[in-house]
Design a protein around this ligand. Structure first.
Ligand code: WTA
Length: 653
């Protein structure tokens, strides 16, 4: 269990609650009776939620759990996900409503209405079809936050192909392993991206990644920076030429409710990322339901902004699928929050009158660091709901968010969920819940979660343990791409006798039975809300010729939640290390995985603490990394190792 996570520490000091405002409650989408309604008949509740979608063929069964843990939702139903996110709004007369207020980092902008979105998605769908993409084929997308990323995802959904979006910051090696694992036929990328005021190449990285990649037939390149790019005549196509030549008409086909929608890779406890598989009907139902209720979203009135990147699940569920299914008008911003100045987000909120803002604790803490006076310069009075996701939010950041961004008025919803859950699972409901800074509080109506002990028994109020999900939910992952065994082993074996889904998070109940998330209990780190496995970074380190052995831990960090700290044993000939060696290793990891995985700190050590069976005791290394008294060493094969490490670090070796 994470020792004294910030959330737990603050739990002891911050115990205010914020009851909902009566005016807000009166107009809120969510109603208090939803909990009882869902409890009394879960299937009827979800059936009602699914009615918010357009089904070409209605389902015959709400959920089929007979082959657990492989779920089927809305069995027999048929729908087209892209039609639900785009066409039906145009058909209902909202073609002129802006779907996306896109804001480019250099200051260029583009407003895209639902009618225009439909044309763009149809063109892209026709383009993919012209290249021979068929239902179930995989299309990898590595793009920054530009509208084409959304067009491409919806185009895949429209023709029943699966997208696999790879975060733009991932290295060629990381992209390649994902392309290979998914056997992607098409890769969509851009010439380059704007990052902190400068154009950085994208296509060059993709070319490096795809050297000899057998599955890839075509690479489609969006022109963004206009920089020269290397070109492979028989493989590469410009997005604007390819889609520009296509018709804006495309008749959407209805696919089975369980038709695969996408794969999204995420870090697990082993070095190899897992391709999390999501399907259509249940997924879209849950993301639409949660987006409407958790954010109190009102189509045609609200301006919504989720600051995530589409490379992560938050971008999939709460930029693309949930909001568009709900006919949202949303801001999509290409750049970093401090380009060209630290008030960029607040400027955008003021300009577009953003009313719902959804971001991550790490960014909130960064805003705090930049200073209260920055948001104070802008008119943020349009905001009415604030959301948080990605890691436990410390109460101090929660209260700052409400005060300095929400003007002391807005509900703050701390939403717990995962790539695997597809949609929000635990969160307050604005207008219903009296919120508590730092707590995600209760499973949403229709969702069931428990905190259990080692044997799977629910702990009493006030107790802590592991978070489990004890009943299937519509947007649950349907598996790990190509690896059913790993799916069962990772999520369902820990509490197999109870049939619980093991989330990998520690949690506790307070005395009211509200849930507080305490961080990961496995070897997954959470750095700025990004999941990175310790094993992945260790593999990157040992792939460097000077490294004999490496152990990596996540140490608590005031801004990023956790920071990556690596303990490295160098090979004999390179044993001296020094600052230059440290820098080289940090860069090596960035090159192997991506800059987000760059260790904050690397310590050269003579030995690593191991148990008699050879397992590295990361707990002890975490003690060192967090400057704590080293804990119990009795299970170490050689109990003097920790002294050796500490002594070496003190003497600077
Ligand atoms: C963590 C992001 C506490 C958690 C949507 C989870 C959170 C992992 C919260 C999933 C929250 C996410 N409070 N912890 N509100 N939200 N987490 O797959 O450890 O990128 O298991 O999905 O982030 O990260 P993922």
């Amino acid at each position: 269990m994470t020792e004294q996570s910030p959330a737990l520490q603050n739990l002891l000091t911050e115990n205010r609650t914020f009851p909902p405002d009566a005016d807000f409650s009166a107009q809120a989408n969510a109603k208090a009776d939803m909990y009882d309604k869902a409890d009394s008949d879960r299937e009827a509740f979800w059936a009602e939620q699914a009615e918010r979608l357009h089904w070409d063929t209605k389902w015959t069964q709400v959920v089929d759990w007979s082959n657990a843990p492989f779920a089927k939702w809305f069995v027999g139903g048929k729908l087209n996900v892209a039609y639900n996110c785009v066409d039906r709004h145009v058909e209902a007369g909202f073609g002129d409503q802006v779907a996306i207020h896109w804001v480019g980092e250099p200051g260029d902008t583009r407003d895209i209405t639902y009618a225009e979105l439909k044309d763009e998605v149809c063109r892209a769908a026709n383009a993919l079809l012209s290249l021979g993409v068929r239902p179930h084929d995989r299309v990898a997308i590595q793009l920054q936050m530009i509208p084409e990323a959304i067009f491409a995802m919806l185009a895949c959904a429209r023709i029943g192909a699966m997208h696999s979006v790879v975060f733009g910051g991932f290295s060629p090696t990381a992209l390649r392993s994902r392309v290979d694992d998914a056997e992607a036929k098409i890769v969509i990328t851009s010439d380059g991206q704007y990052r902190r005021g400068k154009a950085a190449p994208m296509k060059a990285n993709v070319d490096e990644a795809l050297e000899g990649a057998e599955s890839v037939e075509k690479v489609i390149v969006v022109r963004r920076t206009g920089d020269d790019v290397p070109w492979k005549e028989d493989r590469d196509l410009w997005w604007h030429e390819l889609t520009g030549a296509q018709s804006t008409e495309h008749k959407p086909e209805a696919f089975d409710s369980e038709h695969p929608l996408y794969i999204l890779y995420t870090s697990g406890t082993t070095g190899k990322p897992k391709g999390i598989l999501h399907t259509s009907g249940g997924y879209l139902t849950q993301v639409a339901y949660t987006h409407q209720n958790v954010f109190d979203h009102k189509p045609g009135e609200d301006v919504y902004w989720c600051t995530a990147d589409i490379g992560w699940v938050t971008g999939h569920s709460y930029i693309v699928y949930g909001p568009l299914a709900n006919r949202a008008t949303q801001v999509v911003y290409e750049g970093t929050p401090n380009t060209p100045h630290e008030g960029r987000h607040w400027e955008i909120i003021q300009q577009h009158k953003v009313s719902i803002y959804y971001t991550a604790p790490t960014l909130i803490r960064t805003f705090m660091k930049w200073g209260d006076e920055i948001p104070a310069k802008y008119d943020l009075s349009s905001l009415r709901v604030l959301g948080s996701v990605g890691e436990p939010i410390n109460p101090e950041a929660w209260v700052w968010y409400r005060e300095h961004i929400g003007g002391g008025r807005t509900p703050v919803v701390d939403t717990w969920w995962q790539t695997e859950t597809g949609g929000i699972m635990i969160s307050p409901l604005p207008g219903v819940t009296a919120t508590k800074p730092g707590s995600a509080q209760r499973p949403l109506p229709g969702i069931s979660a428990k905190v259990v002990d080692d044997s799977g028994n629910e702990v009493p109020h006030g107790g802590g343990g592991y978070l489990v999900l004890d009943k299937p939910w519509p947007s649950m992952l349907r598996g790990v791409w190509g690896d059913d065994e790993r799916f069962k082993e990772t999520y369902w074996s820990r509490f197999s006798s109870q049939g619980y889904y093991f989330a990998g998070d520690g949690a506790k109940y307070d005395n009211d039975g509200d849930i507080w998330l305490l961080g990961r209990v496995d070897d997954v780190m959470n750095v700025s809300g990004h999941r990175i496995s310790t094993t992945e970074v260790e593999s990157a380190l040992v792939s460097h010729p000077t490294v004999a052995e490496a152990a990596v831990v996540g140490a608590s960090d005031p801004t990023t939640g956790q920071g990556i700290v690596a303990f490295v044993i160098l090979r004999g000939s390179a044993a001296d290390g020094g600052e230059q060696a440290v820098q080289e290793l940090r860069n090596h990891v960035a090159k192997e995985i991506g800059p987000i995985a760059k260790p904050r700190q690397i310590m050269m050590v003579p030995e690593l603490p191991k148990t008699r069976s050879g397992k590295i005791m990361r707990r002890l290394l975490r003690d060192v990394a967090e400057n704590r008294q080293v804990g119990d060493v009795t299970t170490l094969a050689d109990s003097s190792v920790m002294e050796l490490i500490s002594a070496g670090l003190k003497s600077g070796k």
